[in-house]
Design a protein around this ligand. Structure first.
Ligand code: AMP
Length: 194
């Protein structure tokens, strides 16, 4: 494991527990010498996370569309920054640079990035681990919705399990360290019962 992409809010959230989780994740990544790949913003949980990794001496690679740099939303102290043309290119570059993916609490942007990477895993385009860092049950409604999608026959149990969860950053990183990709089933499209 060399680098982990983290998707997270461009806002700090209403309660201090979210910033605290971002800080702890940043410190835990740096302690393992795993680099952070993220959306390069200096605002919200994104900025807090990047600053925590940098303060602990870790590597931070930011990937940001030019339009957001022009709006002065980019962090200026990163180890490396990739300026790309579009949000689509940003997600592809972040995915290529990373060996695993984590979502912290956030809004539309975070959900978009998380679900795209899950969809690519479901289709067998990559076999990298994906985890939710759940903070004080923020993701409980998302979990319920996914379980409902399984119960109603829209999502196989096997693909439901592509999304790992932990409420502690160190536990999630430990799970990633032990991760071995499951060989992709040739029956993935019809695979509803496993
Ligand atoms: P959201 O969850 O809607 O706050 O969006 C956060 C996610 O979308 C981050 O992981 C970023 O990659 C991207 N994003 C959204 N807004 C910004 C912004 N103002 N600056 C940089 N990245 C952003």
């Amino acid at each position: 494991m060399r680098r982990v992409a983290v998707f997270c809010g461009s806002k700090v959230g209403a309660r201090a527990c979210y910033a605290e989780a971002a800080r702890r994740l940043g410190t835990a990544l740096a302690a393992r010498r795993w680099g952070l790949v993220y959306g390069a913003g200096h605002i919200g949980l994104m900025g807090i996370l990047a600053d925590a990794v940098l303060q602990a001496g870790g590597e931070v690679i930011g990937v940001i569309p030019k339009a957001l740099v022009d709006r002065e939303l980019a962090h200026t102290g990163l180890t490396q920054i990739h300026v790309v043309r579009s949000m689509h290119e940003r997600k592809a570059v972040m995915a290529d640079l990373s060996d695993a993916f984590i979502a912290l609490p956030g809004g539309y942007g975070t959900a978009d990035e998380l679900f795209e990477i899950l969809t690519w895993a479901q289709l067998g385009f990559h076999a990298k681990p994906i985890g939710l860092l759940d903070v004080e049950d923020f993701f409980a409604p998302l979990r319920d919705w996914l379980d409902r999608a399984v119960a109603e026959g829209f999502l196989s149990l096997r693909h439901r399990r592509l999304l790992r969860e932990a409420n502690d950053p160190e536990l999630l990183l430990e799970e990633f360290a032990r991760f071995h990709a499951e060989p992709e089933s040739p029956r993935w499209l019809a695979d509803t019962e496993r």
